[in-house]
Design a protein around this ligand. Structure first.
Ligand code: 5CA
Length: 152
């Protein structure tokens, strides 16, 4: 959570990280806790190159799913879902709390345009209980993600 706060503050964004009284491990739980629609939750889904082991971050609206074929095309190599160990090693976060920012090292990222349909979205802040709100454009800029459709 400290790395997420630092990343937000370094970008001049208000780090409005909220600890929820219930778990926010899934997008459904996060939406219920934040009182927003499912698609307003930014899922941070990590895929890895099946050969290279390189990782990629897909910032996905809560109700959408990453299409592995489209994701692989964007990455330029075949991708598969990263396992829990790989996710933790690269991001420093455990699945269920992976944040869009504050990773241990920079990761090439892609942005689901569905997220731009909202004034405000919510993302995990590094734990399965902490989330933060942001304007989609602010978060998009901060992640440096490429806007591209990659959902099924
Ligand atoms: N805190 C919530 C809302 S932001 C959250 O992190 N949601 S999430 O969608 O970004 O992260 C949970 C996702 O992790 C699940 O949708 C699932 O796609 C993925 N996941 C869950 N278990 C595993 C696993 N064992 N290996 C790889 N990915 C997993």
């Amino acid at each position: 959570m400290a790395r997420v706060r630092a990343a937000l503050e370094a970008a001049g964004l208000e780090a409005g990280i909220v600890e929820m009284p219930s778990e926010t491990r899934t997008a459904q739980q996060a939406a219920a806790a934040a009182g927003c629609s499912l698609d307003q939750i930014v899922k941070s889904i990590i895929f890895a190159g099946t050969g290279s082991g390189r990782i990629f971050l897909f910032l996905t609206a809560g109700g959408n799913r990453v299409d592995p074929g489209r994701a692989s095309e964007l990455a330029g190599e075949p991708l598969g879902r990263a396992d829990a160990d790989l996710v933790r090693r690269h991001t420093g976060f455990a699945i269920g709390g992976v944040a869009p920012v504050g990773h241990l090292s920079p990761v090439p990222s892609f942005w689901d345009p569905r997220l731009n349909d909202f004034d405000r979205v919510w993302a995990a802040a590094g734990t399965p209980r902490h989330v933060f709100p942001a304007a989609p454009d602010d978060l998009l800029r901060l992640t440096g993600a490429r806007v591209a459709p990659f959902t099924a």
